[in-house]
Design a protein around this ligand. Structure first.
Ligand code: G3I
Length: 375
């Protein structure tokens, strides 16, 4: 992949050193000091687990439902909405002064069977899509600060994926490029004019064919005055030998268009030996990857959130997804102990504060400027 480079290039950067002050400072506090939001995907079924809940509220100031605001959860039957699991996320967040990112309103995959197998006409699909987006966004109006409106619409070559929403059969805009994405954004904006609206994708972290296509789309939307506020770069690292290069350049080009960038789903999956454990050197390597990504985001005023796809290795999606071949992808171990990667991210934020003492104000200024430009 042309946006990836061997980790060897990162190794020239000195290993992180655990600063004496950093152990005491939480990730949440270190992020707050530089005006950055720090978040994680959550499973509301685990809020009653004291270790899970305690770690979550001490370390993070954004949460995002890993699955509970997706279409399968919110509209399991046509026209019948179920917000119970998503509401638990919002109630938990509000009780702990944490913000909620919403994920997601429209995706070509993992939709309920009634929708995938319904053989709807474009006209019916258009109505189903509008109703879904607006019911969900209205339900969470004022309580979800940002939505991933459309998820993973491009393939690795930068072409639009063939999906129900685009051209199989689509909502009547098949062959019209990103018009269906613009339509989704407009409907979401009508339902909550104050929510920040994001396009979110994976493997678009560096500069490559997919991120080029997203860039062209965002540029076009900004020129046409369509409501888009940000781009989510998921940052799933599957091969620690092959991490995105030029993340900074990619963030920079998007933010120059007047949109925010958020790292939305970071994890670093390690290849596990037969015993299922990562070695110390793998964990040190993983820490370097986390630190570099965290630093790149933190020092760029247009990168407004750094979020991971879970926080404890006990509940990561990676082992199930890789049939146990990879794992240990997050910053806390299965017993909620901080891993070297945790320390590395805290320290990256602390160092950015030292090297860019004005970063918090710069980030605030960026957010205000982008909000003032509008659409
Ligand atoms: O809850 C059911 C359970 O009742 C059933 O027995 C079991 C049998 O398969 O499935 C369970 O649901 C699974 C759900 O995760 C909860 O664990 C679904 O099958 C499974 O498809 C679903 O996977 C999720 C996947 O998105 C698809 O929605 C993963 O947890 C979630 O981590 C993953 O997240 C995505 C982001 O939304 C977008 N970016 C990539 C990221 C990782 O794939």
């Amino acid at each position: 992949m042309k946006d990836r480079k061997p980790l060897a290039l990162f190794l020239v950067i000195p290993m992180f050193v655990a600063a004496s002050t950093s152990a005491a400072q939480s990730l949440r506090q270190a992020a707050q000091d530089i005006g950055l939001m720090v978040g994680t995907a959550v499973k509301p079924a685990l809020f009653s687990n004291p270790d899970y809940a305690r770690t979550l509220v001490r370390q993070f100031n954004i949460v995002e439902a890993e699955n509970e605001m997706k279409w399968t959860a919110t509209e399991p039957t046509r026209g019948v909405f179920d917000f119970r699991a998503g509401d638990r996320v919002v109630q938990f967040a509000e009780a702990h002064d944490v913000k909620v990112r919403g994920h997601n309103l429209l995706w070509g995959k993992y939709n309920p069977a009634w929708l995938e197998k319904g053989r709807f006409t474009p006209d019916q699909l258009r109505r189903i899509m509008k109703n879904h987006i607006q019911m969900v966004v209205r339900h969470y109006r004022g309580r979800v600060f940002a939505w991933d409106v459309v998820n993973e619409a491009f393939d690795s070559e930068g072409h639009l994926r063939h999906t129900l929403w685009y051209d199989e059969p689509g909502i009547g805009l098949a062959g019209k490029g990103t018009a269906y994405i613009a339509q989704a954004l407009r409907w979401a904006h009508e339902a909550d004019p104050h929510a920040l609206l994001f396009y979110n994708d994976f493997a678009a972290d560096g500069i490559n064919a997919k991120s080029d296509a997203i860039y062209e789309m965002v540029k076009d939307f900004k020129e046409q005055g369509f409501p888009i506020n940000g781009v989510g770069l998921q940052m799933h690292v599957f091969d620690p030998e092959d991490v995105p290069s030029n993340l900074g350049g990619n963030i920079g080009r998007f933010t120059r268009l007047g949109v925010e960038v958020q790292i939305t789903e970071m994890d670093v999956a390690l290849p596990l030996a037969g015993h299922g454990q990562a070695s110390d050197s793998q964990l040190a390597w993983q820490a370097i990857i986390y630190r570099n990504i965290a630093k790149t985001c933190a020092e760029n005023p247009g990168c407004t959130a750094f979020q991971m796809w879970g926080f404890t290795d006990r509940y990561s999606w990676i082992p199930a997804h890789t049939k146990g071949k990879r794992g240990a992808a997050l910053i806390f171990d299965a017993d909620y102990g901080p891993k070297p990667a945790y320390q590395a991210v805290v320290e990256a934020f602390q160092r950015v504060l030292k090297s860019h003492p004005q970063i918090k104000e710069e980030r605030l200024r960026f957010e205000r400027r982008v909000a003032a430009i509008g659409y």
